[in-house]
Design a protein around this ligand. Structure first.
Ligand SMILES: *[C@@H]1O[C@H](CO)[C@@H](O)[C@H](O)[C@H]1NC(C)=O
Ligand SMILES: *[C@@H]1O[C@H](CO)[C@@H](O)[C@H](O)[C@H]1NC(C)=O
Ligand SMILES: *[C@@H]1O[C@H](CO)[C@@H](O)[C@H](O)[C@H]1NC(C)=O
Ligand SMILES: *[C@@H]1O[C@H](CO)[C@@H](O)[C@H](O)[C@H]1NC(C)=O
Length: 337
């Protein structure tokens, strides 16, 4: 008996060593546009060396350049400025997750980045994560939080994706106590740059006590499935400026306002300090796939689009299990790093 347990522990250790950073890829595999796309699966630092960092200086050094590298983050990082992450990197929080505060993370002008098991909170300089002019990103099993009582303009977005970024998966994250969650395409004036890009899969995320943008998209395509929204106060999924969303198998609970809208108006609750009456844009499109449970929330679909089917394989969690499964598996400490 004793021998058997040792043997099991040993083989687990070997499996983890042999595949650093990928020890749990079987349990939570990458699914969606970050995996299946015309330019190749997101692999981050796979194939590169593994480094463990515990100071800001070490972290800033490790994220530079384009050579593949797996970076294990241990402890808390009070970033004095935004962390600019190069191509072909995996950032993996160790154990119950690493903490990032003060400044956030920018992934710009590159490709192939994975971010897992980080708690990014109270970022005052900009978004928690900004993905700009970058392809192939996987944002998985992180926690994002701040303080919603400070209003919509105290903090910026949690995961904002802009400037023709493409082929991205945002999965199993816990977003809570924050106003503006995830903006896709941040300027009406960037239509020509963004149009036809911004393919993003959002699945099995847990949003709780948030204000708007869960997500809000312009010009792109987002597949939003099996997410749990609890107390999503004003407007969750917003598709505007010709954006297309495919929305299926999501669950809305608590004090949630509007679950889904394609009406172009950017509601005043989104950023009242900059646009007290709202901004007018043209409408977006939405398609409904497998049944959603809207709970108390409303929907306003003004235009049905052409995004009727995701161009990849994925497994839908049965609607009745979504609430329980998402709560159980989203956020920190679920992957082994
Ligand atoms: C890393 O990323 C760059 C793009 O920034 C790419 O051209 C290069 O091939 C990648 N390197 C490896 C070894 O994958
Ligand atoms: C940021 O992290 C430090 C620990 O590194 C902690 O002392 C501080 O309270 C944190 N600030 C916020 C706002 O979470
Ligand atoms: C986008 O990133 C590429 C590198 O991948 C760079 O060559 C190009 O100049 C960037 N475009 C803009 C508008 O910054
Ligand atoms: C829904 O969209 C229509 C436009 O088609 C708009 O007139 C109406 O005000 C919207 N409803 C809400 C609650 O935003």
């Amino acid at each position: 008996m004793r021998f058997d347990i040792l043997f099991v522990l040993q083989s687990l250790a070997i499996a983890t060593l042999a595949r650093p950073g990928w020890g749990s890829s079987e349990k939570y595999p990458l699914v969606g546009f970050g995996k299946d796309n015309p330019i190749g699966e997101t692999t981050g630092g796979k194939g590169g060396c593994t480094v463990t960092v515990s100071t800001v200086a070490q972290l800033e050094e490790a994220v530079q350049g384009t050579e593949p590298r797996i970076i294990r983050l241990k402890g808390s990082f009070d970033l004095p400025k935004r962390l600019a992450v190069g191509s072909n990197k995996s950032l993996l929080g160790v154990g119950k997750g690493a903490k990032i505060n003060k400044s956030g993370i920018t992934i710009a002008h590159g490709t192939n980045v994975i971010v897992r098991n980080l708690h990014i909170s109270h970022i005052l300089d900009d978004d928690c994560i900004t993905i700009s002019n970058t392809t192939r990103v996987w944002i998985d099993h992180n926690e994002f939080s701040s303080d919603i009582s400070m209003g919509p303009d105290e903090y910026d977005g949690q995961v904002d994706i802009i400037r023709a970024s493409d082929w991205i998966t945002v999965s199993h994250n816990y977003f809570h106590d924050h106003w503006k969650s995830s903006l896709v395409g941040n300027e009406d004036s960037f239509r020509d740059i963004d149009f036809g890009h911004l393919h993003i899969t959002y699945h099995h995320n847990y949003w709780r006590n948030e204000g708007t943008r869960g997500p809000a998209g312009r010009f792109g395509h987002q597949h939003v499935f099996n997410n749990l929204y609890e107390d999503f106060l004003y407007q969750a999924i917003h598709s505007r400026s010709d954006n297309q969303v495919l929305v299926e198998g999501n669950v809305f609970r608590g004090n949630s306002g509007e679950a889904l809208s394609t009406y172009g108006l950017v509601i005043p609750e989104d950023s009242p300090n900059t646009s007290p009456d709202g901004d007018w844009e043209i409408d977006g499109f939405a398609n409904l796939g497998a049944r959603n449970d809207w709970g108390p929330a409303t929907i306003n679909i003004t235009q049905v689009g052409t995004f009727t089917k995701a161009p990849y394989k994925y497994k839908l969690t049965p609607l009745r299990n979504v609430e329980k499964e998402v709560k159980k598996h989203a956020g920190l400490g679920k992957i082994s790093v």
